[in-house]
Ligand binder design. Structure first.
Ligand code: FAD
Ligand code: NAP
Length: 340
């Protein structure tokens, strides 16, 4: 194990802020991590786990020790009755896993194509896109308790998955390092979901018929995402900056009287999810630039680094946007991105 000092993080997170980690260590196996925790020397040192850095905004350099998740491996646990169980290392790149699965014609992950980041971080916010969530294919995970070094197992119920939420954003926040995740995918009779957004029309344009393959769906999702979302390699960003607020139906109806164009999707019988991007757009932020940061021209929910931006600049813009949405609609939009 080689701990490095003053390690630059600009290329280790998708927003690209010029920050450093006081100390940096690659974690390649769960055993290495347990050894570190049990050594004692590092017990009191503050630690931050980093995967692909696609859901974090650094407003300052990292104090203490940054643990970079590089645990690899895709292992088949079993295959039976039209399903396959895979155990995947937490440091595996999420999209590479999706490509691996669709190329084997295993179904379930195709709508989650091109989401940046690692497998280990995916359960934390129950990643979701185009009507599918991680919980739909999740079986269990293994994690290391950062205080004791003990191995913990979480099944689906224990993860308490919600809309972009889980127990790892609540009771277990910051307390565990997710080292492995087990998924269950279909190997036949795939339950495809093409009803969301532009998937169907994109598949049609691609010449796909009524029963597209999971590979074709993945390609369609990639195409849609590339046309609408900024590529972090070109324009730094950390994805959707705010969560979509979920509000009581009565409040939604009241707001709809005032703002007839307001969009909403039911998430429970009396709860409506309002797209945060729409609210921000209505406040005039879409495409607006403030110094080196701005709201992306095609999706106002994504705050972008036009070059040379710091995390503080992005955070200052986020606060301005939040205040303007609160003023116009009386709704509090909360960051989805982890602010460091
Ligand atoms: P990081 O940013 O490295 O870490 C995020 C948080 O999790 C940090 O607090 C970190 O300390 C903690 N953490 C990371 N790994 C571990 C671990 N192994 N154990 C414990 N804690 C850990 N999200 C969606 O849900 N749907 C989308 O469609 C989507 N699209 C995106 C598009 C773009 C262009 C970008 C930039 C982001 C998008 N995101 C999306 C957000 C992001 O990709 C996901 O949240 C992703 O799961 C983050 O993974 P990561 O490895 O980059 O996490
Ligand atoms: P979009 O398709 O333009 O949709 C805008 C918003 O409306 C989204 O918040 C979406 O909710 C909601 N929506 C649209 N159609 C819906 C339906 N049929 N049922 C329920 N809700 C619906 O969004 P986009 O920005 O281009 O992103 C496409 C997908 O990728 C979305 O699922 C989005 O969540 C995901 N994404 C996430 C991030 C991130 O960082 N978290 C970044 C980029 C894209 P949902 O968000 O709940 O789907």
């Amino acid at each position: 194990m080689q701990i490095l000092s003053e390690y630059p993080l600009q290329s280790q997170h998708t927003f690209g802020a010029p920050v450093y980690a006081q100390q940096w260590l690659a974690i390649r196996t769960a055993e290495e991590l347990v050894e570190l925790i049990k050594q004692g020397d590092y017990q009191e040192v503050p630690k931050l786990i980093l995967g692909g850095g696609s859901n974090i905004l650094f407003t300052r350099s990292v104090e203490g020790l940054l643990l970079h998740n590089e645990i690899q491996g895709i292992e088949t646990l079993k295959e039976e009755e039209g399903h396959i169980w895979l155990k995947v290392g937490g440091g595996v790149n999420w999209h590479e896993l999706v490509i691996h699965c669709v190329s084997h014609d295993w179904g379930g992950m195709e709508n989650l194509s091109l989401i940046p980041g690692t497998v280990g971080a995916a359960p934390i916010q129950n990643i979701g896109a185009y009507g599918v969530e991680l919980k739909d294919i999740f079986v269990s995970l293994e994690a290391i308790d950062m205080q004791t070094g003990q191995t913990l197992h979480f099944d689906k119920e224990a993860c308490e998955f919600g809309y972009r939420n889980s127990v790892f954003k609540n009771a277990w926040k910051g307390r565990v390092f997710i080292t492995q995740v087990v998924f269950k995918l279909s190997t036949a009779n795939h339950q495809i979901n093409t009803s969301y957004g532009a998937i169907k029309s994109t598949l049609e344009a691609m010449g796909e018929g009524e029963f597209p393959s999971v590979q074709a769906i993945s390609k369609a999702v990639v195409q849609i995402r590339q046309s609408k979302l900024p590529d972090p390699a070109v324009l730094g960003n950390c994805g959707s900056f705010f969560k979509n607020p979920e509000i009581p139906l009565a409040l939604f109806e009241q707001l709809k009287n005032q703002f007839p164009e307001m969009i909403g999707y039911p998430t429970a019988p009396e709860t409506i999810k309002v797209p945060a991007g729409w609210l921000i757009d209505q406040c005039g932020w879409k495409g607006k630039r403030v110094g080196n940061v701005g709201a992306y021209e095609k999706q106002a929910l994504v705050l972008v680094n036009h070059g040379g931006a710091t995390g503080q600049e992005a955070w200052a813009l986020a606060l301005q946007i939040q205040a303007s949405v609160q003023k116009k609609f009386g709704l509090l939009i909360e960051p989805e991105v982890n602010i460091y």
